[in-house]
Design a protein around this ligand. Structure first.
Ligand code: S3P
Length: 440
């Protein structure tokens, strides 16, 4: 009922209800890490529940180009990675294509910079070639890394001349799991200990999984923001079970919380506390959500969430919580449009350097539906409860924008047309199918 079936341009029907059960696809961050860490381990890594979407497939293809044997990444199939050991990656014959995936490019920078006497070129689509990379290249340089690129190393294509690295103590200027993870990967083969200190906690999947693979990694410091890696440990292939992605679940959580008469159960969601900011905000909004069946899978907390529609209050999001909901700001912006009062987002300038400038794109697209949003350099002020109307919308190539606008269209009055809907495949290939199934 919700959508027409053209691959890119979709008609989105407004109204109706969302009911039933949905199991969101595997966590994107954990899927990338399982592939990368499996590739540099000894023996076989088996990954269950991996996200069969464009971004992890980019990571797998880059690793294959360096000699790693990885079985096909297909829905519902266990993926096997034949690890080459810490120093086994081969020099590729061609450019490594990271597609649209910032995580692929940034984590590979850390993984490859210490491969002595090997040369690598990393590139990607036009969105990725416009995203800043010096934030990773600069701290890697402190460890002896050599990465060059356009605009003084800030933009891909990037060239990496593998070097022997030395450990260092590095404070990262922003709480970014991508920067942190790149440094931790470089530290595995550096000479001497590396300590990475973050200004705030970013998602900690790398720390959890590297330790499970056997890395000598310790999380310490007074407030747990010092991550210490001692090189020399051999990583061993593991079985990894990937929980569902809370960033994909967020679309259903917010849609069902707002669309009158809706009731959904979203199963198997990863509930790592560094990722659950969206639940904190939904609680702040008085949403009717309940976590049921909590359990732990391969070192990560997981649970099901039941959500029922209700009146929601506006929210305040500030810098402190941003790292825990960084990818959910677009859909939270949609939520703010439909609750009574003014919501404020500050400390969110990182949103401007995601797959698109998400503050600008969400403002532009939601304004086309009649939303009242003020855009600031580091956030948004959203005056809610103005009736939004159906409109001609565009994802501007951004997967999370595409899915956020789909939910906005459900909640608006009158049908909408969405161009660039195929972008959802970057992180949630079955999003449109799930929407059709749940929307009654
Ligand atoms: C990711 C970290 C986040 C997030 C991205 C995935 C990761 O980026 O926005 O979608 O897997 O490490 P930053 O760490 O750069 O904020």
């Amino acid at each position: 009922m919700a959508t027409s079936n053209s691959p890119s341009k979709r008609t989105l029907c407004s109204g109706g209800v969302l009911v039933g059960k949905v199991r969101v696809p595997g966590d994107k961050s954990i899927s990338h890490r399982a592939l990368l860490f499996g590739a540099i381990s000894e023996g076989l890594t088996k990954v269950e529940g991996i996200l069969p979407a464009e971004d992890p497939i980019s990571t797998a293809n880059c690793l294959r180009a360096m000699g790693v044997v990885i079985s096909p990444i297909r829905n519902g199939e266990v993926v096997e990675i034949e690890g080459l050991g810490l120093d086994g990656l081969k020099e590729p014959d061609d450019v490594l294509d990271c597609g649209n995936s910032g995580t692929t490019m940034r984590l590979l920078m850390g993984l490859l910079v210490g491969r002595k006497d090997r040369h690598f070129v990393l590139s990607g689509d036009s969105s990725l070639r416009n995203r800043p990379m010096r934030r990773v290249g600069r701290p890697l340089k402190l460890m002896g890394g050599e990465i060059t690129g356009k605009a003084d190393g800030d933009f891909a294509p990037l060239a990496i001349n593998g070097q022997n690295l030395r450990g260092a103590v590095i404070g990262t200027p922003v709480a970014s799991a991508q920067i942190k993870s790149a440094l931790l990967l470089a530290a595995l083969t550096a000479e001497g200990t590396t300590t990475v200190i973050e200004p705030a906690h970013s998602r900690d999947h790398s720390e959890r999984m590297l330790r499970a693979f056997g890395a000598n990694l310790e999380v310490g410091g007074e407030i747990g923001r010092h991550i210490i890696v001692r090189p020399g440990a051999i990583l061993k292939g593991q079985k990894v079970i990937v929980p569902g992605d809370i960033s994909s679940a967020a679309f259903w959580l917010i849609a069902a919380a707002l669309l009158p008469g809706s009731e959904l159960t979203i199963e198997n969601i990863g509930l790592n506390p560094t990722r659950t900011g969206v639940l904190e905000i939904l609680n702040q909004m008085d949403a009717n959500i309940e976590v049921i069946n909590e359990f732990e899978v391969a070192g990560e907390p997981v649970g099901d969430i039941r959500v029922k529609s209700s009146e929601l209050k506006p929210f305040i999001i500030n810098a402190e919580i941003i790292p825990r909901l960084i990818d959910e700001v677009p859909i939270l912006t949609v939520a703010a449009c439909f609750c009574d009062g003014t919501s404020k987002i500050t400390g969110a300038s990182e949103l401007r350097i995601k797959e698109t400038d998400r503050l600008a794109v969400m403002t532009r697209q939601l304004k086309a539906m009649g939303a009242d949003i003020e855009e600031n350099p580091d956030g948004l002020i959203i005056h809610g409860k103005k009736q939004l109307h159906g409109a001609s919308l565009n994802s501007e190539t951004d997967h999370r924008v595409a899915m956020s606008l789909a939910i906005a269209a459900l909640l608006a009055k009158g049908d909408s047309l969405l161009e660039g809907s195929e972008a959802a495949a970057v992180s949630y290939p079955d999003f449109w199918k799930d929407l059709d199934r749940l929307h009654k």
